[in-house]
Design a protein around this ligand. Structure first.
Ligand code: KIV
Length: 273
């Protein structure tokens, strides 16, 4: 088995993430939305499993992450937690559950923690959500930040293009990252921003940065597992590396099954009682 798993099979904690950054060890993070996938991702040595609200796209076929509900995220996170032994499990707080009222945000955060058994929560945004982040941290719940191309704000951005290319937005991102670090977040995801900016932020803040399309200067990387396994043919951004072509493999296998059923080849004598 490759990777960090060989060196350390203990359950990953938020404290361990900090140690990994300090030791210069890169952090590997992937999404999972269900028990079966989470078991495989965990067994392969991934450090953090994100129950992303990208479940809205990948599991439910929505165009954005906005429609997924708190109950649906709880269902996904609970299923993932059952499949995981080692990785830190982080669950996204879905759109609308932390932006409206900080008190409401803590109530929703407590619900996710109690009902799923996950280890931490991820919230999108910077100083504008800081009151909610602080209250959630005060309740003893670890928070992962998420800056840059934050998909819950896609309607405000109007485009999936790289964020923070302009100085004003880059400066806001620097301020947001510092604020999330100072308040006590356990890590910050940086999505689709220039690599130089991500490197600079990674060197400035104490906690690990996790990149998705933010380059190799970050302390870790995250991808959507369906994308890196090649299950999602239509999605080919520059930052995505495909490690398998499961779409074609699955089409071939399922197509062969259909052929075998229709020809009467399946089941044979050995495959029946
Ligand atoms: O929901 C998600 O999958 C995410 C990652 C893309 C970081 O937030």
């Amino acid at each position: 088995m490759a990777g960090y798993l060989v060196e350390d099979t203990r359950k990953v904690t938020t404290h361990r993430l900090l140690e990994m950054k300090q030791a210069g060890k890169k952090i590997a993070m992937l999404t999972s939305y269900d028990y079966s996938m989470a078991q495989i991702v965990d067994a392969a040595g991934v450090d953090i499993i994100l129950v992303g609200d990208s479940a809205s796209n990948m599991m439910a076929g929505n165009v954005t992450t906005l429609p997924i509900t708190l109950d649906q995220m709880i269902y996904h996170a609970r299923s993932v937690v059952r499949g995981v032994k080692r990785a830190l499990v982080v669950c996204d707080m879905p759109f609308g559950t932390y932006q409206v009222d900080p008190q409401d945000a803590v109530r929703n955060a407590v619900r996710i923690m109690q009902e799923t058994g996950c280890d931490a929560l991820k919230l999108e945004g910077g100083v504008e959500i800081l009151p909610a982040v602080k209250l959630i941290l005060d309740a003893g719940i670890p928070v992962m930040g998420h800056l840059g191309l934050t998909p819950q704000s896609i309607n405000k951005f109007g485009t999936y293009a790289v964020r923070a290319r302009e100085e004003a937005e880059a400066n806001k991102l620097r301020t947001d990252a510092m604020a999330l670090d100072e308040v006590g977040c356990c890590a910050v995801v940086l999505e689709k921003i220039p690599a130089d900016l991500a490197t600079e932020v990674s060197q400035k803040i104490k906690v690990p940065t996790i990149s998705i399309g933010a380059g190799g200067g970050c302390d870790g990387q995250v991808l959507v597992v369906h994308d890196m396994l090649g299950m999602n043919k239509g999605f080919s951004p520059k930052f995505l590396r495909r490690y398998a072509n499961l779409y074609d493999i699955m089409i071939d296998a399922i197509g062969q099954y259909v052929t075998d059923v229709k020809s009467g080849d399946f089941p044979n004598q050995d495959e029946q009682y």
